[in-house]
Design a protein around this ligand. Structure first.
Ligand SMILES: NC(=O)c1ccc[n+]([C@@H]2O[C@H](COP(=O)([O-])OP(=O)(O)OC[C@H]3O[C@@H](n4cnc5c(N)ncnc54)[C@H](OP(=O)(O)O)[C@@H]3O)[C@@H](O)[C@H]2O)c1
Length: 250
């Protein structure tokens, strides 16, 4: 796909992988609008030429508000990137074995943001994408969607769920002009992983990750297995049991 003149909505574009991706797509001539909650970061992005919409996507109302704000404006590409990981109080770091109290409300918000929000947004925006000449939906999951690690059961479940949803929807849309890309990042140095990158684990930069995603979007790929996820994907295709054994203690 050629991005020149394309209208793109990218959730979670105020930071990390999303911001790097928004900048690279803007530099290729797309009209990119990002969403996020941090007003300061949104204002900085706006000054860089990105469109911005503020809002919390961890509730159905937040997703509806984003769709209402967008209204009838044209949309060619929807990128579902916003997500939370195992940061303290994010709701997805449930270390049951340590007997930590589980904040069920925070957990539900995290599950909503990681899984329900992409489903809600795709449902809201499908008519706009159907009206476009060529369109694309990009769902950002994780290498952990292939095989989970024990320390992040909720996070891994949301990403595996989104992976499964993406595969099924791709099949439903196969005879339409809407392409579906799943992005599976490895460990990337962002706010999400700050202080959580274990010694010996290799992390890539948000720019490196975004560059691989842009290439996958350009060639109309079904999956962008970024960096080390390529190795995980190959291992899983030879021996799912081996891949699971390695990843569970990752
Ligand atoms: N970093 C990694 O190692 C890694 C690996 C695999 C997959 N991923 C996935 O890649 C995606 C981006 O992650 P990242 O590492 O770039 O994270 P990040 O730097 O923490 O950025 C997360 C983005 O999501 C937005 N966001 C968070 N909570 C939100 C909420 N309730 N409502 C609306 N927006 C919200 C944030 O915006 P505000 O703060 O402005 O709300 C921010 O723009 C996520 O889906 C993540 O699961 C990341």
């Amino acid at each position: 796909m050629n991005f020149n003149g394309k209208h793109i909505l990218l959730t979670g574009g105020s930071d990390g992988i999303g911001l790097a991706l928004a900048r690279q797509l803007r530099d290729k001539g797309a009209h990119v609008t990002i969403s996020g909650r941090n007003e300061e970061r949104l204002a900085t992005a706006k000054a860089e030429g990105l469109g911005v919409i503020s809002g919390d996507l961890s509730t159905p109302q937040g997703c509806t508000a984003l769709a209402d704000t967008w209204g009838e404006a044209p949309l060619d590409i929807l990128i579902n990137n916003a997500g939370v990981s195992s940061a303290p109080n994010a709701g997805v770091s449930c270390v049951y074995k340590a007997g930590e109290p589980v904040d069920l409300a925070a957990m539900d918000r995290a599950i909503f943001l990681n899984f329900h929000a992409p489903v809600h947004l795709i449902t809201h925006f499908l008519p706009r994408l159907q009206a476009a000449r060529e369109a694309m939906i990009v769902n950002v999951t994780s290498g952990l969607a292939i095989a989970p690690r024990s320390e992040a059961p909720i996070y891994c479940a949301t990403k595996a769920g989104l992976r499964s949803f993406t595969m099924a929807l791709r099949h439903q849309l196969k005879n339409t002009h809407i392409r579906m890309l799943e992005v599976l990042p490895p460990v990337v140095e962002t706010k999400m992983t700050a202080g959580h990158i274990a010694r010996g684990h290799r992390a890539i930069s948000p720019d490196q990750c975004a560059a691989e995603v842009v290439r996958a979007m350009e060639r109309g790929a079904k999956e962008a297995n970024v960096g080390m996820v390529k190795t995980l994907r190959r291992t899983y295709s030879i021996s799912p049991a081996l891949a699971r054994r390695v990843m569970i203690g990752f």
